[in-house]
Ligand binder design. Structure first.
Ligand code: DAH
Length: 342
């Protein structure tokens, strides 16, 4: 038995270093594999006299364990340092990767902003069904049967049942709210509406409206005007002018169309406002006493105003979008422009 040789091997194991995978493998070959120096010590067992075998066995097992422990230690160190060098490669000054971040659809953003403006002045939110009956969409709103006013709105009827249609306006929600609540009522009803119209840059068969209704004692036309002045300034900016143009709706008397000064040309006249300096954003008026009575509200005690505006129209003005179809085409080149800036 060569004590010196064993001591030398132990010493070599203790001194061994490894910087990478190749050096780890070299260590393994030299101290752990069958053909390694440690392997040779085991092969020499046969030559050891029987009475010394036990002592020799303990010695070389100690060497083997030392080699294995050292090997594990070297593996851990190599792994650790490769992790470190990877994090050293991280360059914090590089521009961020081009991650895809979603944005809010311009119609959703516009609807949210409208809601926010009216909620702050005491309007609550209400909803009604998109598949509506004749009473809520027409009759309660003072559209007499077979009256040409019904043709103002090209209606999609449900086949075989002329009593049921896709609602043509959100005014139907007014009726539902008044049937179910007592004044004072101050409510805003945004929603989708449907009309049988050819699709073009300015019209669509599906679009969105927002209806407003205020019913209480002593509500007057000046309240309507002030509310909409406030809305226009909040939505489009302080300098925005509002104009009320006399009009006709079966459910309001008097009725007025709401125009705002053209945001694109500042009122000088351009192709968006067709040279007039004004663009229409909706209709409005004092709720017709017949409508109040149809919904069970005493028209001698209460008066109210109502308005209905097109959400697409408002979004088009706000974001200067010239074609209504862009809202529903889902073209990412359009939608990407509304992503939040990172
Ligand atoms: N419902 C009308 C339309 O779709 C818009 C409207 C006009 C709503 C006058 C109103 C109103 O509430 O008072 O064209």
């Amino acid at each position: 038995m060569n004590q010196d040789k064993i001591v030398a091997i132990k010493e070599a194991i203790a001194q061994a270093r490894a910087k990478n995978k190749e050096e780890l493998e070299a260590f393994r070959m030299k101290f752990i594999s069958k053909k390694s120096v440690v392997g040779e010590l085991f092969a020499e067992m046969g030559k050891i006299p029987n009475e010394k075998k036990r002592e020799y066995g303990q010695l070389i097992n100690g060497v083997k364990q030392a080699a294995e422990a050292k090997f594990q230690e070297l593996i851990d160190r190599v792994n650790e340092s490769s992790k470190k060098s990877k994090s050293a490669d991280l360059d914090l000054t590089l521009p961020p990767s081009n991650q895809s971040v979603g944005g809010i659809h311009p119609l959703t953003a516009t609807r949210q902003r409208i809601i926010e403006i009216f909620e702050r002045i005491g309007f609550n939110l209400s909803e009604g069904p998109e598949i509506e009956d004749d009473w809520h969409n027409f009759t309660a709103l003072n559209f007499p049967e077979n009256h040409p006013a019904r043709e103002m709105q090209d209606t999609f009827f449900i086949e075989k049942n002329p009593d049921i249609a896709l609602r043509t306006h959100t005014s139907s929600v007014q009726v539902r709210v008044m049937e179910n609540q007592k004044p004072p009522i101050r409510t805003l009803s945004p929603g989708r509406v449907y009309r049988n119209e050819a699709i073009s840059a300015r019209a669509h068969c599906i679009f969105h409206q927002v209806e407003g209704l205020y019913v209480d004692e002593n509500v007057g036309f000046s309240d309507l005007k002030n509310t909409l002045y406030h809305f226009a300034k909040e939505m489009f900016g302080k300098g925005t002018k509002v104009r009320f143009r006399p009009s006709y709706f079966p459910f309001t008397e008097p009725s007025a169309e709401i125009d705002i000064s053209c945001l694109l040309c500042g009122g000088k006249g351009c192709n968006v406002c067709k040279g007039t300096g004004w663009v229409e954003i909706g209709g409005s008026g004092m709720v017709d006493p017949n409508v109040l009575e149809n919904c069970g509200i005493d028209s001698k005690k209460y008066t109210g105003f109502a308005f209905g505006m097109g959400i697409e129209r408002i979004a088009m003005l706000k974001y200067q979008i010239k074609d209504l179809r862009l809202f529903t085409e889902n073209d990412v080149r359009f939608l990407r422009q509304f992503r939040p800036l990172l």
